[in-house]
Design a protein around this ligand. Structure first.
Ligand code: NAD
Ligand code: MG
Length: 385
């Protein structure tokens, strides 16, 4: 029996995680579930899974959560610190599925308990990868990657042979606008951007997939998670999203992980690891898929890729600035305040205007993150004005 926390339990990854957990009640016991302010979703999930504790990050949402869970025996709490406290309850297995850098402190709180911490939430790894991996080593926590590409690499990478790895290849669907001209992309609406052709995901990551910043963030995430330098991590467009990533060894063997485009596959791998568990999806039908296509990404139409590559090469504060500015720009785009192509422009502008020293501590990272958000926010206002 594993005790389980799900941080970001009401989102796309959180819901997929609970779907698997609920199928095996004798294998998993739910301790804490957290959300930002989706009281109805959180209360329903807590009741269904018989959780011990439900936490909303937004304190204003605590009174309705208390009402929704009155008489159930499920404890409630509210506020950002309460999310961290819940993450520090010593559960065996924690899913980090909060969106954005808001997940950084809760992720670290879970790591400090020394259990297994599963990272779907990629933004903290981009902004503070070295701090997260150092904390895992220090506290004896096991980090497992749930992001499908990184989970694929984790499954294919023989760590005893990293000297013999030629390249890691991250596959990218290319998103809904992979065949669009720049002129056409200038007119993209939020509704169009969140409709991903292959994956069903939260709004922020869907926009990131459409700009391909998601693949840029994943490049930085891979360099943080695996002992392979970024210059040996390549990106290839693979529109079917059947191969989730590959490892290329010096002898010419390339190992790939294939699977349905359903996050329950990599999540199940992390839930059962080092064993395996069944998932409800139909097995891949290779004959029906018929063909697998690959093409080079276009960094002219998808500027985010070049910005992320430059940020990981330069290191220091650059990835944290890239991520923070992108979070602000994506939120502004989703609100209709800026155009689709302005997302990458704002990230680029923020990187040009702000070049602090490398942040060595968590507080320093959080300072860079806050300052980059402020600068990106100014640019958003300029766009609106
Ligand atoms: P989502 O928007 O569907 O869900 C986000 C969750 O985080 C919700 O439970 C929400 O209540 C909570 N949350 C939001 N803001 C918060 C805050 N300030 N404090 C605490 N909790 C907060 O997002 P998602 O698509 O599930 O993605 C979650 C993370 O996983 C992201 O970092 C994303 O990049 C990554 N990821 C997602 C997928 C996918 O298929 N959805 C795949 C790979 C990686
Ligand atoms: Mg991914």
């Amino acid at each position: 029996m594993k005790t389980v926390n799900v941080l970001g339990a009401t989102g796309s990854v959180g819901t997929s995680t609970l779907d698997l957990v609920e199928r095996e009640p004798e294998a998993f016991r739910v301790r804490a579930l957290t959300a930002n302010c989706d009281v109805a979703g959180l209360a329903a999930a807590a009741i269904r899974t018989n959780a011990e504790l439900a936490v909303v990050a937004d304190e204003a949402c605590l009174p309705p959560l208390r009402d929704a869970l009155a008489g159930t025996g499920i404890a409630t709490a509210g506020g950002a610190q309460a999310v961290c406290d819940a993450a520090a309850n010593g559960a065996d297995w924690t899913m980090g599925a909060i969106v954005g850098c808001a997940g950084l402190r809760p992720t670290l709180a879970a790591i400090e308990q020394g259990g297994t911490v599963v990272l779907a939430n990629k933004e903290p790894l981009v902004s503070a990868g070295a701090i997260i991996t150092a904390a895992a080593a220090r506290y004896g926590a096991t980090l497992l990657p749930a992001d499908s590409e990184h989970n694929a690499i984790f499954q294919c990478l023989d760590l005893s042979q990293v000297e013999r790895v030629r390249r890691i290849i991250l596959t990218a669907s290319g998103g809904p606008f992979r065949d669009w001209s720049l002129d056409a992309m200038a007119t993209v609406t939020p509704t169009q951007a969140v409709a991903h052709p292959n994956w069903s995901m939260g709004a922020k990551i869907s926009v990131d997939s459409a700009t391909m910043m998601n693949k840029g963030l994943e490049l930085i995430e891979a360099a943080a998670l695996f002992p392979i330098p970024a210059e040996r991590i390549e990106i290839v467009i693979h529109r079917q999203s059947v191969i989730h990533s590959l490892v290329d060894y010096v002898d010419g063997s390339m190992l790939a992980q294939l699977g349905p485009s359903d996050m329950r596959v990599p999540i199940a791998h992390c839930l059962a690891w080092p064993e395996r568990m069944a998932t409800p999806m139909a097995p891949l039908d290779l004959v029906r898929i018929g063909r697998l296509d690959f093409e080079a990404p276009d960094e002219t139409r998808f500027r985010s890729l070049a910005l992320a590559r430059a940020a990981v090469d330069a290191g220091g504060a650059r990835p944290a600035i890239l991520n923070a500015a992108n979070e602000i720009a994506v939120a502004a785009f989703l609100k209709g305040a800026i155009g689709f192509l302005e997302i990458a422009a704002i990230v680029d502008d923020t990187l040009q205007r702000y070049d602090p020293a490398a942040p060595e501590t968590l507080d320093a990272v959080l300072h860079v993150d806050a300052e980059a958000r402020r600068l990106a926010g100014e640019r958003v206002k300029d766009c609106v004005a």
